[in-house]
Design a protein around this ligand. Structure first.
Ligand code: SAM
Length: 291
């Protein structure tokens, strides 16, 4: 007598994967399961709830099982889905480019807030270390009148950033370069989320980050501050802009303030992220009103 085969529904698949991820101590076990199943079903998370008791056909179950297995090995969900939401927009991501983080949205907010306050009509913005293009594309999308230049040292990242600009129908000028070495123009502001992790700190990052995300997008020398220091000097002493907006790492506020002061920036503003960590530093020259 054939045993009745279990009927796998949307609901039971979600419970199975959630339990599995929880047993491995993955954060966001339920959310990850939902995103992966929605992707296998070519649906969205709301769709899952509408189909909760619906049986799932074998071909979809096989796709889902493969995604769950890769997640178990540590592959970030965003790479499995090929996309990550940033500022309510979907950005294409693949291994080779950093997955944009929610705290970086604060950096975008600071830039937009300042440009709006200053009523700069057609701002020239430069995003250094653009990665997936998350900052550059979001800024251009929010401020269509702006002229946005985006730079990265990684050809692979630039390719993905270009895809994201096309996806969102915005015109951003992408350039390959080491910080501002290849760029002569002046800008109303320079914005950057550069690598800011030290070699030592890198060793303590999760396997998920170390094994899957590009090291060149994360690590900046022995102190973590090498790239920030070089860029601030290029922008400040090098007179490339009177305003700079940076994302910084845990515990770097004091040193970054000093770097700013050494490079002609006089007004400095620091914004904390949702965890209360100093995360965004905005700095302005004397001529620029950063109030
Ligand atoms: C922390 S990621 C940020 C990516 C993106 N801006 C974001 O916020 O999601 C840093 C980026 O800087 C790039 N990068 C590293 N060193 C660089 C350099 N010397 N010049 C330009 N870009 C650099 C990396 O390739 C990576 O894409």
């Amino acid at each position: 007598v054939a045993l009745p085969t279990k009927i796998w529904t949307v609901g039971s698949l979600l419970s199975w994967a959630t339990n599995d991820f929880q047993s491995k101590n993955f954060a966001d076990a339920r959310l990850s399961s939902e995103l992966l199943l929605a992707s296998a079903l070519k649906s969205d998370r709301v769709g899952l709830y509408l189909q909760h008791d619906k049986p799932v056909e074998e071909s979809v179950r096989n796709v889902f099982r493969r995604l769950v297995e890769e997640r178990r090995r540590g592959t970030p969900v965003a790479y499995l889905l090929g996309e990550k939401e940033f500022y309510s927009m979907s950005f294409t991501v693949r291994p080779g480019v950093l997955i944009p983080r929610p705290e970086t949205e604060l950096l975008v907010d600071e830039v937009c807030g300042w440009l709006t306050e200053r009523r700069i009509q057609k701002p020239r913005i430069c995003d250094v270390g653009t990665g997936s293009g998350a900052i550059a594309v979001t800024l251009k999308n929010k401020m269509p009148e702006s002229a946005v230049t985006a730079i990265d040292i990684s050809e692979e990242a630039l390719g993905i950033a270009r895809e994201n600009a096309t996806k969102h129908g915005v015109d951003v000028e992408f350039q390959k370069g080491d910080l501002l070495d290849e760029v002569n123009a002046k800008f109303d502001c320079v914005v950057a989320n550069l690598p800011y992790i030290s070699e030592e700190e890198y060793k303590s990052l999760s396997v998920e980050v170390r094994e899957f995300e590009p090291k060149t997008a994360l690590v900046s020398g022995n102190t973590g501050l090498e790239l920030i220091e070089k860029l601030v000097a290029q922008v400040g002493r090098g007179n490339r802009s009177d305003a700079i907006f940076l994302e910084i790492g845990f515990g770097q506020e004091t040193q970054v303030r000093e770097i700013m002061n050494r490079n002609d920036f006089v007004k400095i503003k620091v914004r904390n992220d949702y965890a209360g960590v100093a995360r965004v530093v905005s700095a302005f020259k004397g001529t620029s009103d950063g109030a």
